[in-house]
Design a protein around this ligand. Structure first.
Ligand SMILES: Nc1ncnc2c1ncn2[C@@H]1O[C@H](COP(=O)(O)OP(=O)(O)O)[C@@H](O)[C@H]1O
Ligand SMILES: [Mg+2]
Length: 323
């Protein structure tokens, strides 16, 4: 049995034997005094903002970067025990998908904390490309954009290696925040992060689509401080997310301009593949296609590609693309 784990900013995904067996919020609640784990995943996420001073609710990954390796290890161990029981300890070979495996200090802390399991850290771009079925073993350059919650990563792969990559701290959470700001400033309604994300999932689109209609969202009215429900149209939601989307498109464009000339023709030929949960935003491929003038495809199961492509990695060095 092989176990793969994708440590995302918002979602922890686990796959065993090529099947996704868990997708949980990447959140852990623990006692501040004893460091004892009190809850993980969905149960811990429900405690966010609702606990006293003796409990901390932690997100181990912030903007795609592993910020708390101890919490990440506890979260992984607890989720594996919940999903696989004691069996997971018999197969202690774990493939860990992470955004920035080059940050060797935090990676090392995490893999040490997971001992005796033997861990292999896999760059997210390589895992996502394999999970999406891209022929990364060949000499042709393959371009992939992983659009997660905390980060958008643009990578060029060839011969089983990430040969160039650029990572932007603008992604799904930036769209949620833009929507929250719009609601505060123009509708005088304070939406929670969860409410903004739900609104984006219901009627959000990269290009306004009137057929998406409207959606009601609860928030706190600024004037009265009372809970209130307002209706948001798909156009309003799309307009409020326009700024971070433009910045993402510009960031991808700048990254592609740095691609070594030998690979540029491959990109024009094959275009970009989108992975990550953010790729589920309606009309994103049309939006990027019109900005980048390249063919854009969305992976079949964009949010699952990373965890499904993690095992048997042949990782290689990564060159940073100039900003
Ligand atoms: N249907 C959808 N429409 C728009 N965004 C979506 C949709 N489904 C998921 N997302 C967004 O995808 C992001 C999560 O992507 P994922 O790759 O699962 O996360 P992580 O960064 O934790 O790996 C979140 O910002 C989430 O709001
Ligand atoms: Mg992801």
């Amino acid at each position: 049995m092989e176990i793969s784990i994708d440590l995302g900013t918002e979602v922890l995904s686990v796959a065993a034997n090529g099947e996704v067996i868990a997708r949980e919020p990447c959140v852990l609640a623990r006692s501040l005094d004893t460091r004892m784990v009190l809850a993980v995943g969905g149960a811990a996420a429900r405690m966010l903002g609702r606990v006293g001073a003796d409990i901390e609710v932690v997100r181990p990954v912030v903007h795609g970067r592993l910020a708390d390796p101890e919490a990440a290890a506890q979260l992984i161990q607890r989720v594996l025990s919940q999903k696989l029981g004691w069996r997971w300890k018999l197969f202690p070979r774990l493939y860990l998908v992470m955004s920035d495996p080059a940050d060797s200090y935090v990676c090392h802390s995490l893999t040490e904390a997971l001992r005796p399991a033997r861990c292999t850290v896999v760059p997210r771009a390589l895992a996502a490309a394999r999970g999406a079925g891209l022929p990364v073993a060949g000499p042709k350059g393959q371009a992939i954009v992983d659009f997660g919650a905390g980060r958008t990563e643009i990578s060029i792969l060839s011969l089983n290696q990430v040969i160039a990559s650029r990572s932007l701290p603008i992604a799904g959470q930036s769209l949620d925040e833009a929507l929250r700001q719009h609601s505060l400033n123009s509708r005088e309604l304070n939406l929670s992060q969860d409410a903004a994300r739900e609104l984006k999932h219901s009627v959000g689109c990269a290009v306004a689509d009137l057929s998406q209609g409207t959606c009601l969202a609860w928030g706190r009215e600024l004037a009265s401080g009372m809970p209130r429900q307002l209706e948001f149209s798909a156009r309003e939601v799309a307009d409020s997310m326009a700024d971070p989307l433009t910045r993402i498109a510009r960031g991808i464009q700048q990254a592609l301009e740095q691609v070594p000339p030998g690979l540029a023709a491959d990109l024009v030929d094959q275009g970009l593949l989108l992975t990550g949960g953010g790729a589920l935003l309606l009309h994103l491929s049309e939006y990027l296609q019109s900005h980048l003038e390249l063919p854009i495809r969305i992976a079949e199961n964009p949010a699952h590609c990373g965890v499904l492509g993690a095992s048997h990695p042949v990782a290689g060095p990564t060159l940073g693309l100039a900003s």
